[in-house]
Design a protein around this ligand. Structure first.
Ligand SMILES: [Zn+2]
Length: 307
């Protein structure tokens, strides 16, 4: 043991496993990253809160990807809140071997939402939660879609795991502004991994069940305020929760806000449009494309787009 203080890890995800059990989990906290993203948009606080939670869920699940790639969460519906998108990407191929996981997100909504509205009410009928995992050439693209159920994102996420992955999963997600006006988010999940063989399952089903119950009860003893409390490190939080069962904590994954929009990609799209279409969107000879994710304006001179 050394006496070095535990790093606070305010923008990081920390994977763990309950010692000797088939229960894995991860916990994360978003500080400056979520604040940067939410501050770049001009959304009401109750929309920011849901977007912050969506970012936390996305980073929590995205950092599970085995290979570098892009993990996207989309919530869509026909209600006053139409759209919530967040993605997580990691690209060590860019030459930076310890590249951080980067997150970004935005929302689409109409006037009239309030902080009292429940998630399923906001998204209205026929709403769904879609998760897409694209790990490039390494693995086939995956998409899971379930109907959006639940009053909040925690319930919607558990519903997703229940119907899509069929692995028992417990999740807690929160996003709040602290007393200094800084947004912060936190999320934690535990998941019971599928057993390898029927025989294994039959042999210790009862034990397995009890272990899962215990781990779930311990998780639900965690207060949302503790999940967000920057004075408690993620490691301390896990040790407090699972010191009796024993816990193994793995290397953390650093997270940061970041956007992948590029002038070059937008130029390619614009160049594929014909002159009339370009003229329609141009103002004073300039076409401006605003990135939905980071709100950056990309400007192009009309004459330079023509070929
Ligand atoms: Zn952007």
């Amino acid at each position: 043991m050394n006496d070095k203080p535990l790093p606070l890890l305010n923008d990081a995800c920390l994977p763990f496993q309950i010692e000797g059990q088939d229960i894995k989990g991860r916990v994360l906290r978003l500080g400056p990253s979520v604040h940067e993203i939410l501050s770049s948009h001009n959304y009401p606080d109750h929309i920011n809160k849901i977007l912050g939670q969506t970012l936390a869920l996305t980073a929590l699940l995205g950092s599970l990807m085995k290979y570098d790639g892009i993990f996207t969460t989309q919530l869509k519906g026909g209600g006053l809140l139409r759209l919530m998108v967040a993605d997580f990407s990691k690209d060590r191929n860019s030459g930076n071997t310890d590249a951080k996981g980067t997150i970004r997100g935005y929302a689409g909504f109409e006037e009239g939402t309030t902080s009292n509205d429940k998630l399923d009410e906001l998204f209205g009928e026929d709403a769904y939660l879609a998760i897409t995992i694209d790990q490039g050439k390494f693995m086939e693209r995956y998409q899971g879609i379930v109907s959006l159920e639940g009053e909040n994102l925690t319930q919607a996420a558990e519903e997703y795991f229940q119907s899509s992955e069929q692995l028992p999963t417990k999740v807690m997600i929160e996003c709040e502004k602290d007393k200094h006006g800084h947004w912060q988010a936190g999320a934690i999940m535990i998941q019971h991994l599928a057993r390898n063989t029927e025989l294994e399952l039959a042999r210790d089903e009862e034990n397995t069940h009890d272990n899962w119950q215990t781990a779930s009860i311990l998780l639900s003893s965690l207060k949302l305020s503790e999940l967000l409390d920057k004075n408690i490190s993620l490691q301390q939080l896990l040790i407090r929760l699972y010191h009796e069962t024993g816990i193994r904590i793995f290397d953390h994954i650093d997270l940061a806000a970041g956007c992948r929009c590029s002038e070059e990609k937008i130029r390619t799209v614009l160049s594929s449009l014909d002159l009339e279409e370009l003229k329609e969107v141009a103002e004073d000879g300039t076409v401006t494309v605003t990135c939905d994710f980071c709100t950056k304006d990309h400007k192009f001179e009309l004459t330079k787009l023509l070929h």
